[in-house]
Design a protein around this ligand. Structure first.
Ligand SMILES: Nc1ccn([C@@H]2O[C@H](COP(=O)(O)OP(=O)(O)OP(=O)(O)O)[C@@H](O)[C@H]2O)c(=O)n1
Ligand SMILES: C[C@](O)(CO)[C@H](O)COP(=O)(O)O
Length: 398
């Protein structure tokens, strides 16, 4: 019987070659943090029992934000993050030790993947697991098509290896768990911290490593140019543009605040209805679901189910975002209008936009929130309730 497999995603680096700013794994690529994309790719194969991220201790909040966008999309199999070290090798070792300390059985197979490689396919994960079972230590690679030169420090060519014997290797690298944990322990005890991949760690410990077919598209995002290429690649595949609309109404009742766009707004009444009655988030959620033809908020979160009573509505919006991401798409833009006499929305507009941007992972320039009165006409004019309308633009792969 096949045993269990687990994936370690190392994401504790500082991204120094990608220039200043956030660590590269938390920067946005086509509207989503790079690490969110990588984690989703790793969670895509349901036969993998779990995915453990290895992060820098300073990045807890950034990590939680990136992981929260996954919502659904296999995220139940995302484990608590381990803390990495000063080099990739030390981060992998720390992650393996964290897995070894876990309660319960250890995985038979562990795949070790760079957080900076968001483009791996589920087929590559399956191939990696299969070859690890076959050989104990296996890495994805492909023939090099350029001639490779060995050079001395002054740039003088000192050799031209036969390229037929060369392979460019990538991740996920796949191993029997005990083999690679022991190899990392040996390298660490020998104070070898300069090994640039886990195959080299296994080789150091005397194991035979095999190469299986990798994916040229499975590139690593290392420099700013790589970010530009990744962005262009994702954007150019998203040519199926959809527009969805959402509309929602909630009635006023006695109370002292309303939830609008994930912000608690003081008011002399409250809103009644599904969850926390956040009429704005409900309309936006329905607009996104409409764009992908996937029902509406009530179909996925029936008001008859007691767990949604009083629930914070960001859950529903994150779920809709995850449904778009699961189709390989992005939400390009949200435009929403609140219709009410009171409370006045202007003073809260920026906070609401920021909150929606944080929930969705969109930049604030892609979130518009407007408000209007209905000139004292109709139920909103009589201050019996608030209405919200929203439009979402979604881009999906063709
Ligand atoms: N101390 C480190 C260094 C790297 N990594 C991870 O290993 C992967 C491959 O490393 P690289 O692309 O070199 O990332 P950085 O080390 O962040 O980049 P740089 O070398 O430019 O600083 C990345 O997902 C990175 O986060 C890690 O977990 N811990
Ligand atoms: C592990 C790796 O991605 C295989 O190609 C590569 O060695 C990582 O190198 P980095 O300098 O840590 O990015």
């Amino acid at each position: 019987m096949a045993g269990s497999s687990h994936i370690l995603v190392v994401a504790a680096g500082r991204g120094s070659r990608a220039g200043e700013g956030l660590p590269k794994q938390y920067r946005s690529v086509a509207g989503e943090p790079l690490l969110t994309r990588t984690l989703r790719a790793m969670l895509a194969d349901p036969s993998v029992e779990g995915v453990t991220p290895v992060i820098h201790p300073d990045d807890e909040a950034l990590f939680q934000q990136s992981a929260s966008i996954l919502n659904g999309a296999g995220s139940g199999r995302l484990g608590a993050p381990a803390h990495g070290g000063a080099t990739r090798q030390q981060s992998v070792h720390a992650g393996l030790e964290a897995l070894a300390r876990r309660n319960g059985p250890k995985p038979d197979i562990v795949l070790i993947h760079d957080g900076a490689r968001p483009f791996s396919s589920p087929a590559l994960i399956k191939r990696a697991v299969r070859h690890a079972r076959l050989h104990g230590a296996a890495v994805p690679g492909f023939l090099v098509t350029d001639t490779i030169k060995q050079v001395s420090s002054d740039g003088a060519v000192v050799g031209t290896p036969d390229r037929r014997a060369l392979r460019a290797v990538q991740t996920p690298q796949a191993f029997a768990f005990d083999l690679i944990l022991d190899a990392h322990r040996q390298a660490s005890e020998a104070e070898r911290h300069d090994l640039t991949d886990d195959a080299a760690v296994a080789e150091f410990a005397g194991h035979q490593v095999f190469v299986f077919e990798g994916e040229p598209e499975n590139t690593k995002i290392t420099t700013l140019d790589d970010f530009a290429r990744a962005e262009a690649r994702i954007q150019s595949s998203l040519l199926d543009v959809r527009v969805g609309q959402g509309y929602d109404v909630h009635a006023f009742a006695p109370g002292d605040h309303v939830w609008l766009g994930g912000i608690k707004v003081p008011h002399d009444r409250t809103l009644l209805g599904h969850s926390d009655a956040d009429v704005l988030l409900h309309a936006i959620t329905d607009a996104i679901l409409g764009a992908i033809g996937d029902g509406d908020i009530g179909a996925h979160f029936p008001p008859s189910q007691p767990q949604w009573k009083g629930a914070a509505s960001d859950i529903f919006l994150k779920d809709a975002m995850a449904r778009v991401a699961a189709l390989g798409g992005i939400v390009a833009h949200i435009d929403a209008t609140l219709v009410c006499e009171r409370p006045k929305i202007g003073p809260h507009r920026d906070a609401i936009r920021e909150r929606i941007a944080a929930i969705t992972g969109l930049s604030i320039g892609r979130v518009a929130v407007k408000a209007t009165t209905s000139e004292r006409l109709g139920f909103t004019g009589r201050e019996e309730g608030i209405a919200a309308l929203a439009i979402a633009t979604v881009r999906l792969p063709v």
